[in-house]
Write a new protein. Structure first.
Length: 158
């Protein structure tokens, strides 16, 4: 008699994998088109490329929330929502401002999502295009996107 071994059910790519797909797609767009096209162009093309990978992509996703008994329906819109979990805000500005990061963090909090990517296609170099924005995110594994880490006195990552 053979033993039944359950197969774990995967619900889809991890949040970190989704972030990697987005960064890879953004890199391909940046390499092919360069900086400073309109925001809407990058948003549409990135959504198209991610959709071709089989990911669920919502453009201009409405952000609904309630406060003090008032409902706000579609008061804000996230540029992209990938697989219902990863928020992506797309910009095409010469210099990123603190308000762009605050906007992304506010959207993450209102949507109760842990991680967002802020992409600025107006940056002169690709390394300046991607910014991770976290809202109480606890990564399940080391992310290849994490560049800077706090270290203790012994040089170990905290």
């Amino acid at each position: 008699m053979s033993e039944f071994i359950p197969v774990p059910v995967r619900s889809g790519p991890s949040l970190e994998s989704l972030a990697s797909f987005v960064v890879d797609g953004a890199y391909q767009l940046y390499r092919a088109l360069g900086p400073s096209l309109r925001e809407s162009v990058y948003e549409r093309l990135l959504a198209h490329d991610l959709g071709r990978l089989g990911l669920s992509v919502h453009r201009q996703h409405p952000i609904n929330f309630q406060y003090a008994g008032l409902s706000f329906v579609g008061g804000f819109r996230a540029d992209l929502l990938i697989n219902e979990t990863l928020l992506v805000e797309v910009k095409s500005v010469e210099m990123m401002s603190a308000v762009h990061v605050k906007q992304t963090l506010t959207y993450l909090r209102l949507m109760d999502r842990p991680l967002g990517l802020l992409l600025n296609f107006g940056a002169p170099r690709f390394r300046d295009v991607v910014r991770r924005v976290v809202n109480n995110h606890v990564p399940s594994a080391d992310s290849r996107l994490r560049i800077h880490r706090a270290q203790d006195g012994d040089g170990d990552a905290l």
